[in-house]
Design a protein around this ligand. Structure first.
Ligand code: ATP
Ligand code: MG
Length: 575
């Protein structure tokens, strides 16, 4: 490709409304353009990268034995009613109406559509197992679309769904997909980690997320220093403290804490460590208000709370007015001592191990000191309620937890029979008995990978693409070519040679000064640069520099191809 024929549209200035490095660089390099909130156009440059990622995903899925298909984006309401997700999916589901007043949604995911297909097409165990996938545009009306294509509303996903006669067969395919994902992200040139995950709105039992490690990641991942344990912080278990709760030693006393609301304020005011304070949150349970207690230095884990039997599947804080009416005080003064019996008190494992603690007194502007469980406050139940923190023991008993940040680029689930049962997707087994199929589902954020790769690979000058997904492998930059016919001929001949060898080359044939020419190639992240100059031609050399190298290298013109091949630049795509 020649820059004279390719619409490069780089900009120097950092766009004001771009909130992460990848978003800024994708705009500055001219890879994407915003059409509306969370909705982007991919330019010819951006699309080259997106296609490279897509090709790797497609090749590895095919190699793993999955079959590609294409399902519609627009899905009828009736299908979503069958699984109850028309309501349950919530605000992310974009609902639309046609001229006949029929209701549809724009697909955020395809479990319903693929299960409908499977129940019509699959009749016998002989047709199983099967894994069907597509690479297709999804729409989720994200409450806060941000970071460009990383959390967009419209985005490209690879979604795969497998169907099995048994749970064991599903577990085997799950492993196959886990290994496939590992190959995909490795081939994309990314540093990543597979972590155990919460199954969230999609449901099912076992699930892993694949995270690209980057400080800007939205997710926190807990991993052990002493084993390969890794889990999304939402899921990571906070184990019970090793030591039992000490016996009470202090007297219960009420103290005035005027205008002290937060744990920080109260602990500073009373000069106690937040570890010796109990934080109480009032949430809406299925049958009225529920109190959740964690230690003052810990945070409630909403995903864990949402799974408590007392809650309706989500964790929603009660409003101030509601709390005032039920307890006679506002949220800053609530505590477990003297709560009405109608409010179940669920206490985190670490909070339950504290004695002589400080807590709200359920009276405006006052707290208790010297409070103790059982003596002063009844525990309905002890549960794992909090977010893990660095230094917590690893749940597998080996090492302690550290926390890193990650960008979720893939997610695999063992769904089991929930969708097949809800939608009556059955086959006949060997004995001629009707069985609901076991299902797995496997997603990859194809467009998100592009942004995640940039978050992980950039410097002050721009993007540094891993070879496998770079828009071009080589930037061929002849200096002042417009002034020299000899240079033009040399550039054309080298361009032909490199292209014939299978490299994707961007030949910069614009009459530009070297500075802006280099700056563009660096900003758009082309991993290898070859500079041609009159001086080099006379000496029989070209100048090579890897995007990550600090120094230029003079290479004999005749040895360039050999040198590039030896660097193993072109990851030739496999069949
Ligand atoms: P997240 O927690 O980031 O919202 P999710 O759990 O909702 O992700 P899945 O339903 O598992 O995502 O979708 C599969 C993949 O699609 C995710 O792993 C992610 O890479 C990608 N993805 C999900 N939502 C978006 C989005 N709004 N923009 C871009 N990619 C997305
Ligand atoms: Mg989501």
């Amino acid at each position: 490709m020649r820059t004279s024929r390719f619409p490069l549209s780089t900009v120097k200035e950092t766009p004001a409304d771009a909130d992460t490095v990848s978003h800024q660089l994708m705009l500055r390099a001219g890879m994407i353009r915003k059409l509306a909130a969370g909705i982007y156009t991919w330019t010819p440059l951006g699309l080259r990268v997106l296609h490279n990622v897509e090709a790797i995903v497609r090749e590895e899925m095919n190699r793993a034995g999955a079959m590609e298909m294409l399902m519609p984006s627009i899905q009828p309401r009736e299908l979503w009613e069958e699984t109850g997700r028309w309501q349950k999916f919530g605000g992310e589901l974009l609902k639309i109406r046609d001229r006949k007043e029929q209701e549809y949604c724009y697909g955020p995911t395809h479990e319903e559509v693929v299960t409908d297909y499977a129940r019509a097409e699959l009749r016998s165990y002989r047709q199983l197992p099967i894994n069907l996938y597509q690479i297709q545009t999804k729409f989720r009306d994200e409450i806060r679309p941000r970071f460009g294509v990383m959390r967009a509303r419209e985005f490209l996903m690879k979604d795969a769904y497998s169907f099995h006669l048994s749970g064991e067969d599903l577990a085997r395919e799950y492993r196959n997909m886990y290994d496939t994902y590992t190959r995909i992200f490795t081939r994309c040139g990314l540093r990543f980690r597979a972590v155990r995950a919460d199954t969230g709105a999609i449901g099912g039992s076992t699930s892993h997320e694949f995270h690209v490690l980057a400080d800007s990641g939205e997710d926190a991942i807990a991993f052990s220093t002493g084993s390969d344990y890794a889990a999304n912080v939402e899921l990571a278990e906070a184990v019970a403290p090793a030591l039992p709760r000490p016996a009470p030693s202090a007297k219960l006393e009420r103290v005035a804490t005027p205008a002290q609301k937060t744990i920080e304020e109260v602990s500073a005011f009373l000069k106690v460590d937040p570890k010796h304070c109990i934080k109480t949150l009032i949430v809406r349970g299925s049958g009225g208000l529920v109190a959740l207690c964690v230690r003052g230095d810990h945070e409630i884990n909403e995903a864990k709370a949402a799974k408590l039997g007392e809650l309706p599947g989500e964790s929603v804080l009660a409003g101030e007015a509601e709390i005032l009416k039920a307890l006679g005080c506002t949220p800053g003064s609530i505590g477990p001592v003297g709560l009405p019996e109608s409010v179940p008190l669920i206490v985190d494992r670490a909070a339950a191990a504290v004695a002589d603690f400080v807590c709200g007194a359920n009276r405006e502007g006052s707290h208790y000191r010297g409070a103790n469980w059982l003596r002063d406050a009844q525990i309905t139940r002890i549960a794992d309620l909090r977010k893990v923190v660095e230094g917590d023991p690893s749940p597998d008993g080996k090492g302690v937890l550290k926390i890193a940040r990650g960008i979720e680029v893939g997610h695999v689930f063992q769904l089991g029979q929930q969708y097949a049962k809800a939608m009556h997707a059955t086959v006949l087994d060997e004995q001629g008995k009707t069985c609901a199929m076991h299902m797995g589902c496997y997603g990859i954020g194809v467009s998100r990978i592009v942004a995640a790769a940039i978050e992980q690979n950039h410097d002050a000058r721009g993007i540094i693409w891993p070879d496998a997904i770079a828009p071009f492998h080589i930037a061929l930059l002849p200096l002042n070519m417009h002034k020299s016919e000899k240079l033009q001929r040399a550039a054309e001949s080298l361009y032909g040679e490199l292209t014939a060898a299978g490299y994707q080359v961007l030949l910069d044939d614009r009459p530009l000064r070297p500075g802006p020419m280099f700056a563009d190639a660096e900003l758009i992240g082309i991993p290898h640069r070859v500079v041609l100059s009159e001086r080099g031609l006379d000496a029989g050399t070209v100048e090579y520099k890897g995007r990550n190298d600090t120094d230029n290298l003079d290479i004999a013109r005749g040895e360039l191809l050999q040198y590039l091949n030896a660097r193993g630049i072109l990851r030739k795509t496999r069949d």
